[in-house]
Design a protein around this ligand. Structure first.
Ligand code: PXP
Length: 280
C-alpha cells in the first residue's frame, strides 16, 4: 500500500540521527553533572595556618578563589564555636567571593545557626563538635539527638537554604534517622575508610560506605562524602562507593599545596575526582 502523502518531507535516517544528537547535546551538561562527582574543597586549614602566627595571611578567602580557578566546584568551611580556624569575617568574605557551591559546616550552636541562616550558603552541613578534638571525629548520633536536629534542619531550610546535610557514620540506623529529620542530603563520614591500615580493611570500609550510599540514595537523600580522602585512597573509594554527588576534601590538598602549590594540588585532585571532566 502506498504511504499517505502528508505534504511534509519525510525525516530520513540521517536527519533523525542529527535530531537525536542535538537532543543529547542539549542535555549533555545535566547528564554530566549527574554522572560526575563534584569536588568541594575545605579551606579551614588555610585559616589554621594564618591563626597560628596571629597573622592576616594566608587568607582563606583568597585560597578559595584560587581553588575555584583551579577547578574546584565549591568551597567548604566550618565555623566552630571556638573560632579556632574560620572566623566570622572570613564567612562574610567567602560568601562574597565564592562563585561555585558554598558549604557551611556547623554544629547545633544557636549563634552559629543564626550566622548560617543569615549567610545563606547553598548547603549547610550539620556536624558534631567537641572542643577537645583535633578534627571532627565521628558522625552525628542522629538517633540520640533526633529532636534538636529536626528543629535545626527545619530552621535552616525555612531560612531559605536549599540543601541541608547531616554528617553521619555509614550505619543503616543513622541513615534512616537522618531521613526522619527532614534533611535532604547526607555526608557520609569516610574517616574509618581513610584510617584503615590494610587493603582488606580499606575494602571492607568502602563496602560499608557503598551500602550506606545506596540506602541513603534509595531514601531520596543526596549523597556527599568526606573526611580523610586523599590522593592515594580516592581511586579505591570512587571505584566501590556509588551515588556520591560531591566530596569534601581539605587536609590532603592543603598539605600537598606546600610542595606543589595550591593551584596544582587542586588540579591533581580534580583530575582524580572528575576524570575526563576535570578542567584542562
Ligand atoms: N567533611 C567534614 C564534615 C569534615 O569535618 C571535614 C574535616 O574538616 C572534612 C569533610 C574534610 O576532611 P579532610 O580535611 O580530612 O579532607
Amino acid at each position: 500500500m502506498a504511504a499517505e502523502n502528508t505534504g511534509r518531507p519525510r525525516a530520513n535516517a540521517t536527519s533523525r540521527l542529527l535530531h537525536n544528537i542535538c537532543g543529547l547535546l542539549t542535555f549533555y551538561p545535566q547528564l554530566v553533572s549527574c554522572l560526575v562527582t563534584d569536588l568541594l574543597i575545605n579551606i579551614d586549614h588555610v585559616a589554621t595556618l594564618r591563626n597560628a602566627r596571629l597573622e592576616a595571611f594566608p587568607d582563606p578567602a583568597a585560597a578559595a578563589v584560587l581553588c575555584e580557578a583551579a577547578g574546584a566546584d565549591g568551597i567548604v568551611f566550618h565555623l566552630r564555636e571556638d573560632r579556632r580556624h574560620i572566623r566570622d569575617r572570613d564567612v562574610a568574605r567567602l560568601k562574597d567571593l565564592v562563585q561555585g557551591k558554598l558549604d557551611f559546616e556547623l554544629a547545633v550552636i544557636p549563634d552559629v545557626v543564626d550566622i548560617c541562616c543569615q549567610t545563606q550558603p547553598h548547603l549547610a552541613t550539620l556536624v558534631p563538635e567537641r572542643r577537645e578534638e583535633v578534627t571532627t571525629e565521628t558522625g552525628l548520633d542522629v538517633i540520640k539527638h533526633q529532636a534538636v536536629l529536626r528543629d535545626t534542619v527545619a530552621r535552616l531550610l525555612d531560612s531559605g537554604i536549599d540543601e541541608v546535610a547531616l554528617f553521619v557514620d555509614p550505619k543503616p540506623e543513622q541513615i534512616a534517622a537522618t531521613c526522619e529529620t527532614g534533611a535532604n542530603a547526607i555526608e557520609l563520614h569516610t574517616g574509618d575508610f581513610a584510617n584503615a591500615r590494610t587493603a582488606e580493611a580499606q575494602d571492607h570500609e568502602a563496602h560499608r560506605l557503598a551500602d550506606a550510599a545506596r540506602s541513603a540514595a534509595n531514601l531520596g537523600l543526596t549523597v556527599h562524602a568526606g573526611h580523610g580522602l586523599d590522593y592515594r585512597n580516592y581511586r579505591n573509594f570512587a571505584g566501590i562507593v556509588p551515588n556520591v554527588s560531591e566530596v569534601s576534601i581539605g587536609f590532603a590538598i592543603v598539605a600537598r599545596a606546600i610542595f606543589v602549590g595550591l593551584y596544582e594540588a587542586v588540579r591533581e585532585m580534580a583530575r582524580l575526582v572528575k576524570g575526563p571532566y576535570a578542567p584542562r
